[in-house]
Design a protein around this ligand. Structure first.
Ligand code: UD1
Length: 427
């Protein structure tokens, strides 16, 4: 497959409405959770993105049968013939380790390649391991694989997480549901995707209460009480926030549909502080802006704080704001790498550790730029839409990992964006 580039013509506004897909970060874990159902589960509203393809490969590698029809996925996990997830898949997508919890929950045993570092930071899994150990799991490292065993069975426990890690909370939940006795997870992640996962687990027979709060209670149930289920993935708040940031950068009004506005409260507060007008519907949010963008400081924090996955998109707004903004990244240590690309478009940004000092400039100029991760990639395309002249965005495979038809959705809002082979021909 030839490499593709996104070509963006600048000086455009975005207007209209767009419907977000199902949340990537939910759907990936829902697919892993289907392991506990021991039969054919159906998941609706699954986004058509490449990370979902990788999770599909992980699940099929385990022996599950998977079929897709548009945004519906059927996964039959009645028979699994290996409990191992190979390096080739884990190295493609770190979220592959989400099968660890449900495999332990169902079989008491799993072998998962250790994830390496990735471009947005070291991303350790120590909290996953400490939490699972408290439930009775013993780990050994064997030739780059993490081997999990439960010689004395899986039992409930009180687990206090050092940090509200999303992945650790999910892996713990998916093991604890099938443990003997009760588990309490303190300092649990409170992201909407955790609530979605707990909802699916409960419809498979689990007994989880408190998901969405810092303390989650799990009453362990016997494995034969679990059954397959049908579940609809929650809307993607990060995709929604990306289009709203685009509207604030380029004018709007843009209405984003299929999203619970409550998921975006902090992002909406920041949009208003930056001078955008926001109106909130039942399952939609509309953003427009007439006056100049204003500077306001932002720090990323676990939900309901400002999401790290919207940091790059809001950096673009800060870059064009009237005044200086400090953006503090508290979740991932390397998540400012893309700022050098924005600087190449004329932004004035200084990085000092996990703080970015963004001095607003009047406008940006189109330039060749490169995606460093998927959210940065989405932000660079938005930057191109409001810049003067043409922007070529390289390494766009990152965008396809998490955004379904990003180019098509932006075009439907009036952007002039197209994806072409890197050698210049049209697709
Ligand atoms: C998930 C999301 C990602 C989002 C992030 C934070 C998926 C597939 N990805 O990632 O898009 O940006 O939540 O909202 O759902 N950490 C440790 N040890 C651990 C676990 C985490 O040190 O055992 C650190 C990580 O390196 C990171 C921070 O804690 O610095 C947050 O990680 P975590 O909340 O676990 O994020 P992910 O689940 O990896």
């Amino acid at each position: 497959m030839s490499e593709k580039v996104i070509i963006v013509q600048g000086n455009k506004t975005l207007k209209g409405s767009v419907t977000v897909s199902g949340a990537k970060n939910s759907a990936l874990k829902l697919m892993a959770a289907s392991i506990l159902g021991q039969g054919e589960s159906v998941i609706h509203n699954v986004p058509a993105i490449s990370d979902i393809d990788v999770m599909g490969d992980v699940i099929q590698h385990l022996g599950a049968k998977l079929s897709r029809d548009g945004h519906d996925i059927r996964i039959d996990t009645a028979v699994l013939d290996t409990l191992e997830t190979p390096y080739e898949l884990v190295s493609k997508m770190r979220a592959s380790i989400a099968v660890l919890g449900p495999l332990i929950g169902r079989f008491g045993h799993a072998r998962v390649a250790m994830p390496g570092g990735c471009q947005i930071g070291a991303r350790k899994i120590d909290m996953h391991l400490v939490g699972l150990e408290a439930l009775g799991v013993e780990f050994a490292i064997d030739h780059g694989y993490l081997e999990a065993r439960t010689p004395k069975g899986l039992h409930g426990a009180l687990v206090t997480l050092e940090f509200p890690s999303v992945g650790a909370t999910e892996n713990l939940l998916m093991a604890a549901v099938a443990a003997k006795g009760n588990t309490t997870i303190e300092n649990a992640a409170r992201e909407p995707e955790i609530v979605d996962l707990a909802g699916m687990l409960n419809s498979m027979g689990a007994r989880i209460s408190g998901a969405g709060n810092a303390t989650i209670e799990v009453e362990g149930v016997a494995l034969d009480s679990f059954h397959p289920c049908e579940h609809t993935t929650v809307g993607d708040r990060i995709e929604a926030g990306t289009f709203l940031a685009g509207a604030a950068a380029a004018g709007g009004p843009v209405t984003v549909n299929n999203i619970d506005p409550n998921f975006l409260r902090m992002a909406i507060m920041k949009l208003e502080a930056m001078g955008a007008s926001v109106s909130i519907g039942d399952k939609s949010v509309t953003v427009s802006r007439e006056g100049p963008l204003a500077a306001t400081d932002i720090q990323t924090l676990p939900h309901p704080g400002f999401p790290t996955d919207l940091q790059a998109q809001f950096m673009l707004l800060a870059a064009l704001a009237n005044g200086n903004t400090i953006i503090t990244e508290n979740i991932f240590e390397n998540r400012f790498m893309f700022t050098s690309e924005l600087v190449r478009m004329g932004a004035d940004i200084t990085i000092e550790g996990h703080h970015a000092l963004v001095r607003g400039v009047k406008d940006l100029q189109g330039a060749p730029v490169s995606c460093t991760d998927l959210r940065a990639g989405a932000a660079l395309v938005l930057a191109g839409i409001v810049a003067e002249g043409e922007t070529q965005v390289h390494n766009i495979e990152h965008i396809g990992r998490g955004y379904e038809d990003y180019v098509g959705k932006l075009c439907s809002l009036g952007a002039d964006v197209r994806s072409v082979p890197a050698d210049g021909g049209h697709v």
